[in-house]
Design a protein around this ligand. Structure first.
Ligand code: ITT
Length: 199
């Protein structure tokens, strides 16, 4: 079996596929595999709102169950920014590197001990004719003074895991897929798919 995720982010697809394959025997497909799927404007004011909108829009277009991932980084000293704007923090087509540079600049005068942050991931599951459900996973951390590590994507090189003393980009995928915000949310969605849908 397979599950379609309404995402064009190949890093998300890879992580979700690793977790859903290993724990549920379900392959994950992103929107790159489908033709003529519309762009969904992420104009809601929460991770939940945007995840539900992406999942429901694409579920209706494809007329099948579709999940979605809306995620990002919240930084306490920045009042929760970049939050739902994490992908476009440095502009509409910003690269991960540009976003990371902007984050370091915004935190320039914030000392190491005050750089608390959290990764947030909300997964939504839209099944035609049913109420859409969401699950949330969060992983706390600190924002580093400089990027480190080669794994992962996005803000991983700046996200310090205090109990490991390294960044999320320094742990290999099999470790990230046990401890990340996405792993915690995926665990909940997998439980729901087992219990409610007998996967
Ligand atoms: P889709 O909407 O097509 O799924 P997207 O990349 O635009 O792709 P989001 O709107 O959810 O997805 O933005 C998520 C951003 O948050 C992402 O681009 C990263 O910058 C950051 N992010 C999310 N999960 C992350 C992770 O595991 N590690 C590092 N950064 C992450």
């Amino acid at each position: 079996t397979e599950m379609v995720f309404a995402t064009r982010n190949s890093h998300k697809v890879k992580e979700l596929d690793a977790m859903f394959s290993a724990h549920l025997g379900v392959r994950v497909r992103g929107l790159a595999d489908f033709e003529g799927v519309p762009e969904v404007v992420e104009d809601r004011d929460s991770f939940e709102g945007n995840a539900v909108k992406k999942a429901e829009t694409i579920a209706q277009v494809l007329n099948r169950p579709v999940a979605a991932d809306d995620s990002g980084l919240t930084v306490e000293a920045l009042g929760g920014a970049p939050g739902i704007y994490s992908a476009r923090y440095a502009g509409p087509d910003a690269t991960d590197e540009e976003n990371n540079r902007k984050l370091l600049a915004a935190l320039q005068d914030v000392p190491a001990g005050d750089r608390r942050a959290a990764f947030v991931c909300v997964l939504a599951l839209a099944v035609p004719g049913e109420e859409t459900v969401t699950v949330r996973g969060e992983t706390p951390g600190m924002i580093a003074e400089e990027p480190k590590g080669k794994y992962g994507f996005g803000y991983d090189p700046l996200f310090l895991l205090p109990d490991r003393g390294c960044t999320m980009a320094e742990v290999p995928p099999e470790v990230k897929n046990r401890i990340s915000h996405r792993a915690k949310a995926a665990e909940k969605l997998i439980r729901l798919l087992r219990e409610k849908y007998r996967f």
